[in-house]
Design a protein. Structure first.
Lengths: 309, 252
């Protein structure tokens, strides 16, 4: 079967999702190209998961246009889902089936033959490094292993588009890095990844392009680098002062100043020069940290709020 | 390519492999013990009903009520659990498996369990000499009808609730009264006139009468088509409700 190459696997215009009076997604436009790793970055309640559920064809848009793989999710939901891989926010593995059976049972939902399901399960056990746990029950697995199994399960049908809703939330750093490495490999194989996250480092690690969501709207869009360049400065100075005096006013003119409850952020092209200027003005912060600008700063600039904890 | 309904059925059968030993007791040994104690023990005091031994009289009733109880029992915690705790239906929802496939796959599983139990039960009661007509061979079919008529609405109910304490109400106010007053152990004509219509509303009563007509070789109180039609109607309404309840729970 020959397919016309699609320009965008996900195409949304003015996409809206309402639950009663509450508007979860408030008119967003999106295009995700084949092979791209695309991220939704935002705090809890920003509308990321609602958007993902609409893309996954399990939630019907309230208004607006949505095409997934060139098809209409309302009419062709089942045909679209046949070509998607979904890794939900909450693991929904079958606790009474073992690791291998979780993969083969799920493969059957996609119409794979028994032999094909077994073959695919073996491949994926290797891919997510769960080979030695293949006969284990699900419950004793660590959080990271369960997540890897959920991701393996999402890949049984060799999907063109993989949706990952907060893939590493709640995992320890080691487990996160292993997962990122596997996702990066997927991306190199040409699989299109769409993920939501509220971790800056995750977005910077994995995404070619991302949107910052806040209050159901898209606040900004671009590559991690271009977002930082547009909405922040190359470097940020974090200053802490021993007392509550109004230091923000005294920093005026050095760079953009963002006073937070516990510290003051000073945006500068050259952090060290900015620190020198702070000292020249006779200010004596109790601590000074010069760091590279991150998506956290972008988010703070766009929304006036920090992203998580 | 396997139909998605078959894939859903396979999942349930796969899980059943782990528990089948425990279920043999409740779905097979228990009804046989029942027959021996009530049919033969109590039967000695009761004597004959309608010209046949009490044992022969209650065999079809116990068979239908076993089908009914299995269907109701299977469709409570398992269904709610697959929504609430396991989230198996949420997992299926992300695949090409449709809502109808989920309901159909589950119903086929319940049917398979009930029909196998009914066939075994039929064989054992045949050995007791309690089957008086060759029409007895259709009783597994009646058990299947009773099973869907009971399992479909209970599945829908289980898919609609969020708290398993509702099941206690279902058992106390629906399942146990149905079992006691649907003509399994004594004819519904013995019930007071005002209560009797409640028995007519129970799918179990229609199943009991059809089964009894089959094993004893007589005609049921109402025309066969009416009894069967009632069960089919109950099943169809229950299935429609189940599809609605699944969709409501899985889709927003």
């Amino acid at each position: 079967m020959s397919k016309q190459p699609l320009q965008s696997l996900i195409h949304a215009r003015g996409l809206v999702k309402r639950f009663g009076d509450f508007t979860a997604v408030d008119g967003i436009d999106l295009d995700v190209a084949p092979g791209e790793a695309f991220g939704f970055l935002g705090p809890n309640g920003a509308g990321k998961s609602s958007t993902m559920r609409m893309i996954g064809c399990v939630s019907m848009p309230t208004a607006g246009e949505l095409r997934i793989l060139g098809m209409d999710p309302v009419r062709d939901g089942s045909r679209i889902r046949a070509r998607l891989g979904v890794c939900p926010q909450l693991d929904n593995l079958d606790p009474d089936l073992n690791v291998r059976e979780n993969l083969t049972t799920y493969a059957r939902y996609f119409g794979l033959s028994r032999a094909e399901a077994r073959r695919r399960a073996e491949e994926l056990l290797d891919f997510v490094q769960l080979r030695d746990r293949a006969a284990s029950q699900v419950e004793p697995l660590s959080g990271g292993m369960k997540r890897r199994l959920t991701i393996a399960r999402a890949l049984v049908n060799e999907p063109e588009l993989v949706l990952l809703d907060e893939p590493t939330t709640g995992l320890d750093p080691q487990a996160r890095h292993l997962l990122w490495e596997r996702l990066f490999r997927l991306k190199q194989q040409g699989t299109t990844l769409v993920l939501t996250t509220h971790y800056m480092d995750e977005a910077e690690q994995l995404c070619d392009r991302l949107v910052v969501m806040d209050g159901g709207r898209i606040a900004a869009e671009g590559s991690p680098r271009s977002l930082i360049e547009t909405y922040s400065t190359p470097e940020v100075v974090e200053l802490r002062f021993p007392d509550e005096a109004d230091y923000a006013g005294k920093l005026e003119g050095i760079g953009r100043v963002d006073p937070l409850p516990d510290r003051i952020l000073l945006y500068a092209d050259d952090g060290d020069a900015a620190v020198a200027e702070v000292h020249r003005r006779g200010l004596t912060p109790s601590s000074v940290l010069v760091r590279r600008s991150s998506l956290e700063d972008v988010f703070l600039h766009l929304t006036g709020r920090t992203l998580v904890d | 390519m396997a139909h998605p309904t078959v894939a859903v059925l396979e999942r349930h059968l796969h899980l059943y492999r782990r528990l089948w030993r425990a279920s043999v007791f409740s779905s097979f040994i228990l009804p046989v013990l029942f027959l021996v104690s009530i049919g033969i023990g109590v039967g000695n005091y009761v004597g004959e009903i309608g010209g046949v031994t009490y044992l022969a009289w209650i065999v079809p009733g116990v068979m239908a009520s076993t089908a009914f109880q299995m269907a109701v029992g299977e469709s409570t915690y398992s269904v709610l659990g697959d929504f609430k705790w396991v989230r198996a239906y949420h997992a299926m929802r992300a695949t090409p498996v449709g809502i109808r496939d989920m309901v159909a796959g589950w119903m086929l599983y319940v049917l398979l369990r009930v029909v196998i139990a009914a066939v075994v039960f039929l064989g054992v009661t045949g050995l007791f000499g309690a089957l008086l007509s060759p029409w007895a061979v259709v009783t597994p079919l009646v058990a299947a009808l009773v099973a869907v008529a009971a399992a479909a609405p209970v599945t829908a109910f289980a898919a609609s609730i969020d708290n398993d304490s509702y099941f206690a109400l279902l058992f106390r106010f629906v399942m146990i009264p149905s079992t006691l007053f649907a003509g399994v152990f004594f004819p519904v004509e013995e019930l007071p006139g005002q209560i009797r219509p409640l028995a007519y509303l129970s799918p179990l009563w229609h199943g009991v009468e059809l089964s009894r007509a089959a094993t004893l070789g007589g005609a049921p109180p109402w025309p066969v088509a009416v009894h069967a039609g009632f069960l089919l109607l109950f099943a169809a309404a229950g299935l429609a409700w189940a599809v609605f309840a699944f969709r409501k729970r899985l889709q927003d």
